[in-house]
Design a protein around this ligand. Structure first.
Ligand code: ADP
Ligand code: MG
Length: 225
């Protein structure tokens, strides 16, 4: 495949591939992520993911999305239909991704700015900073790495690979942190040694975006346990 520069639109099917990839990857990891939330939270994250994905499937069946924005809308509307903290936060995050471009596929630069907007939204509502053991611990380094790689002139899939690596590293680092936000904060030191499931989920989402842009290759999930 040809390399995509930051200012060139991503492939026509990037919205479809991104949403399908996110759903497949999170669906396959839902039990593992739910387990993490049982060990360092209240245990509902796996169920919340499954509920969201079922709603996304319903939206896709009902709306038959065609454009990037329509695919991302099916995704964010599904997540907004779920309770817990993660439902609204992921819902608003994916809504910002839906706004990356009009109906045409976004450029890598637009996708990077949409991810940054999503991060800002999650922080505005959730008030988490890096180090609080939340999804922000994966999202912040991913956005920084993606912007940096694009500024360095790296092509889209390569830049997203850097973002995925940064997100995985950020998610893994949460195992060393005692949670200060979300329900994991209620269990205090019991969250030590456990990766934050929301941060792991963000790393999988970035990995699914990388795979969608690169035209294949599911995110590695072997580091989540
Ligand atoms: P709840 O914390 O309400 O049980 P879920 O189990 O559905 O919600 O989701 C848990 C994940 O949500 C956590 O792993 C964390 O990454 C994320 N999260 C929780 N609170 C916040 C927050 N204030 N800001 C950002 N992310 C958060
Ligand atoms: Mg929970």
């Amino acid at each position: 495949m040809t390399a995509t520069t930051p200012s060139a639109p991503l492939g026509d099917d990037v919205g479809r591939d991104l949403v399908r990839g996110v759903c497949e990857t999170l669906g396959a990891a839902a039990d593992t992520l739910g387990d993490l939330d049982r060990r360092a939270g209240d245990g509902d994250f796996g169920t919340n993911i499954r509920t969201a994905l079922a709603l996304v499937d319903e939206n896709i069946a009902a709306d038959d999305p065609q454009t990037y924005r329509q695919w991302l809308t099916a995704l964010f509307m599904g997540w907004l239909g779920v309770g817990g903290t993660s439902g609204p936060l992921f819902g608003m995050f994916f809504r910002d991704l839906a706004r990356a471009a009009d109906d045409a596929p976004p450029t890598a630069a637009q996708l990077a700015e949409a991810l940054a907007a999503g991060q800002a939204t999650v922080q505005r509502y959730g008030e988490a900073e890096v180090g609080d053991k939340t999804m922000i611990d994966a999202l912040e380094p991913a956005v920084t790495a993606l912007r940096g790689a694009l500024e360095d002139g790296r092509e889209a899939a390569d830049a997203l690979r850097a973002a995925e690596e940064a997100a995985v590293q950020g998610a893994r680092s949460t195992a060393r942190i005692t949670a200060r936000r979300g329900r994991a904060s209620y269990v205090g030191d019991a969250s030590q040694g456990v990766i934050d499931p929301g941060a792991a989920a963000v790393a999988l989402v970035i990995g699914a975006a990388r795979a969608a842009v690169a035209g294949g290759g599911s995110p590695d999930t072997s580091w989540i346990a």
